[in-house]
Write a protein that binds this ligand. Sequence first.
Ligand code: S7B
Ligand code: CA
Ligand code: ZN
Length: 302
Amino acid sequence: IEKVATTGYGYGNKGDYKSLNLSAENGKYYLTDLTHTGDIETYDAKNTETNFTIMSDYDKAFTSTSQRAGVDAHYYADQVYDYYKNTHNRDSYDGKGAPLYSVVHFGSNYNNAFWNGEAMFYGDGDGRTFSPLSGANDVIAHELTHAVTEHTAGLVYENQPGALNESFSDVFGYFVDPDFLMGEDVYTPGVSGDALRSMSNPEQYNQPAHMNQYRSLPNTNDGDHGGVHINSGIPNKAFYNTVTVMGKQKAEKIYYRALSYYLTPNASFSDARAALIQSAQDLYGSTDANTIANAWSKVGVY
Ligand SMILES: Cc1cccc(C(=O)O)c1OC(=O)C1CC1
Ligand SMILES: [Ca+2]
Ligand SMILES: [Zn+2]
């Protein structure tokens, strides 16, 4: 007997109804989406950091409170998979249809989300800094883009290449959730209107928005690997300067081409500027190439 594809539904972290691609076997239903080249599977860590079991139910309704984080992780993984396939003709993060694994309820009161090279992991948050982190599609897009970056440019996760790595994840978070805030749907559930980061106004959340504010930090864990989540404000602002002029349709093609074709592991901010200019020139010509050049010059990167 094997798992057969079926559909069901569930409630996400906000109690919102979402239809789901499931699989069925022996009268049980699983968060296994068989509709893509690689399966999309969602696991429950049950607040451990080691034991993960695929989320299942005895019917097609994933409506219990403990299933909400899984419903969102599963639904948004499908949405981001479709984004890369439909917009960039990229089949999963490796371009070869790799299966997508997500793990929810990771750890306890865990205010983080991450890609560990094999799967996406989402904490539940502590209810003050974060609500469950799978509750936002820009977070899933951010994490999955770390996987895409690993399989394309391979931007080293430290100093300027690391800040570019972070910025490309935020940028594709914008392409999936087109607003200039990151994590706004799961950040500080008790405070409305704030976010983890702002791409239009990085300073609002203590990030630099210009090269003359670049923060040289130690390349250690507590130095945020040379400030990858801090200095990403500079390329994020350059993106804001770009997309507000040329629009999302052109920007997403240019950014994808730079990431997948030109950028290399130790790229600096200046290398990224050149790669994006070249990508714009390749695809659309000098007007859009100049838009990129100006967008980066305005943040002090030449
Ligand atoms: C919440 C969080 C903490 C530490 C690292 C990351 C990380 O993935 O770099 C992280 O996730 C994000 O930044 C996503 C966009 C909200
Ligand atoms: Ca957002
Ligand atoms: Zn990240």
